[in-house]
Design a protein around this ligand. Sequence first.
Ligand code: XIL
Length: 869
Amino acid sequence: MFARRRLRLISHATLLTSFALLGCSSPTEETPLLGSTGQALKQSQEDDKGAKGKHDDTRGHQHHGRGHGHGHGQGHDCDDPTAPPPDPVVFTPASAAARSGRLAGVAVASGPLASEPIYGATIAAQFSDIVPENDTKWGPLQPVDAEHWNFAPADAIVDFAEANEMRVKGHTLIWHSQAPAFVNADASPRQLRRYAKRHIHETVRHFRHDMFAWDVVNEAIADDGSGLRATVFADAFGEQYIDRAFHRANQADRNAELYYNDYGTENINPKSDAVYALMTRLLDRGVPVDGVGFQGHFDARFAPTFDQMVENFERFGDLGLSVNVSELDVRIARVAGSTAHKLAVQKRIYQRVSAACLATAACEGITTWGFTDKYSWIDSTFGADDPLLFDDNYQKKPAYYGFVDGFLGVPLDDPSLQPNLIGNSSLETGLDGWSVQGAGALATSVDRAHTGLRGAIHSGRTATWNGPRHDVTRLAQRGRAYDMSVFASLSGAPLVNTAFTAQITCTGQASTFQRIGAADLTDTAFGQLAGVMTLPDCELQSVAVYVEGPAPGVSILVDDLAMRERPLPNLVTNGTFETGTAGWFGWGPSVLGTTTDAHSGDLAATASGRTASWNGIATNLTTRVAPTATYRASAWLKVRNAATSPIVLTAAVRCAGQATQFVRVAAGTGNSSTWTELSGSVAAPNCTMEEFTLYAEGPAAGVDILLDDVSFNQTTAGLGANVLANGTFETGTGNWFGFGSVTVSAATDKARSGVRSGKVSGRTATWNGLATDIRTRVTPGRSYRANAFTQVSVPSAAGVRLTLQSACNGAPATFTNIATVTANNATWTELNGTIAIPNCNLTTAVFYIENAPTGVDIYLDDVSLREVP
Ligand code: XIL
């Protein structure tokens, strides 16, 4: 009835050829050994295992009945076909994981696999095994009714895997989500049981020779760990459905490893405790479960630590189960800071996960849930993000290098430091981002490294200033300082004072050279070169760092380059109150004092005798803030005389000649027993500021405020991408419309960039203008920096402004002034402001330019709206 797939064994001849090619010796720079030969070996190990039967545990790890081996050993033995392959010159996730007999797998989507050659090519080059992202789920397999199976999309993935000598894991047999329509609460328990039985039998039999493992039951435990998740299966059968699914899968394929899979279980918590208890019961009842998958869908802000993961994974290993991380991705959209910073935080987490797998004897491997940010389920489920190892253009991200490093035992980045912005810092995967300053050639160093197994060596130097160089232009921000460090060594001279230098080029100017640090280096060990790199406040054309100094002919080895953002100074000079409340004053009636009930140190500030909710404790920052700059504020608060109370951080901002504006920086609920952190960002207006005061307020009259650890720093970068689709009008007025009955056009008589600008004419009311709908482009509750340029058709028009029309839940719209300027008809005037999008069910959000006198045409160009971190 169903097309049978033929098992494609790798012939003994192929195997022997692989060994001959590998040569059973250390690699040299001339003979790079990459992916596919190693893949052949892994496949052969599996076939070997299949032949020997499931109970042969080559890993030496105590299994509870059903053992599976991948030979977690090091070193290669030519006589032993189960030994891992020799090390290649440069590593991939697959070859790095294979060093310890582990797997680096990836979830595969059939759409891009069929349509984009680079998608499949990258998978084949980088990963050891694959998991169909959707095509082996029950619903996709039985989309029509209980009698028919649609195996074609999954078969195509299996064919791809076999063609590339990769292994395949099936995912997932029994899951409450993505199940067929006929699997619902109306089905009788008898029917449900029959559906599940046939589905498991037909599906597992169909792929009997293809899948080395199956996720049998997915997400069966409730999120709070209180018991089984309420599903049609649990409602009908209780826990029995889990036992039955494993037994049936085992009957259909005696060789596949059978996994239980779940999320939010990566550290020890009530949910992972519940999974642990379930596994214990299954094993006690003799249910053929082999392992546990930990999905690993992380938000970078809350990812577990290395120790938490290892401790948790090990307790499952101690039950005799294999463990794997089955669906790894790391969200970074909500991490504050620059893009480079977010990507560096992400790298740390990927490395932490692969290091945790390496540290856990029972860990079989890690599967990432996709590999290119172009195709990730995260964007449609959690919002736009970049959670994977490769970017939208299939370029390696910092996370990629961290992921490889973790499998190779490269030490984790020190969590007490700012994260290292350099992606390819340890040089295990090749020379990406590295080049030479001056003459000579750079190669991977295979026999000397500071950490891991690889470094870089620069030979053929012809001048003292030649040396290995790394470009950091895309990581560097104008006006900021960085802690820099690199480890280096020499070949060809015993001892030389060696320098670490930055070459900095501001656009339109000559390069300058900055000495970061220097040290005496030897040819026997790696030594550290470290110091601060301070960048000028100019438009940076390029920034690179390099090592130099030794005489021509001496080779320089480098490894472990680090570049860390130095924190911006706290503009609040006395934010800890350790010596009193100097620099702070009462905002309205409010008596300041100190208390030993401190968040840190010995003292915190108190504001008592308050007679209104807006009274509080304030500090004046007027002379420290700059127009248009963005700031991040953070403070710890507690209340007294009330169990809980609203708490707010507010900025009172007054531009010359205007009324004071009160900007809500952050708000929350204060508590009398614990400290609460309030943090948020605020942009200074583009005006001459007569006042900028930051203060804590909010509780009802009579409630005291306790305040400690206040910081206020400028965030020079980190604005998100422009969320507007057509801010230049170069291709017309797409996405824009007239506000009121007016004429809009992409005019060619004025343009700030390109050849066109947006123009609105025929205005018969001051509120008429040029508008764009941003409702689906912005996230409620977030702030956006608006920037645009305007001209008008008359010599001077006061009050031209950008406005946000917004409404929540269909309520009447409110209008917020974003920025106001006096515009003219000769030069472009800049509009700059911040919009706080209301945190509600946003039913209207229109962004427009308006308010010139009637009859005056308004031009608009280079409009951007970027999220404030
Ligand atoms: C996701 C897929 O990635 C999406 O394409 C699909 O629309 C929904 O399912 N936990 C799991 C995976 O076990 O099967 C889910 O995959 C992600 C969460």
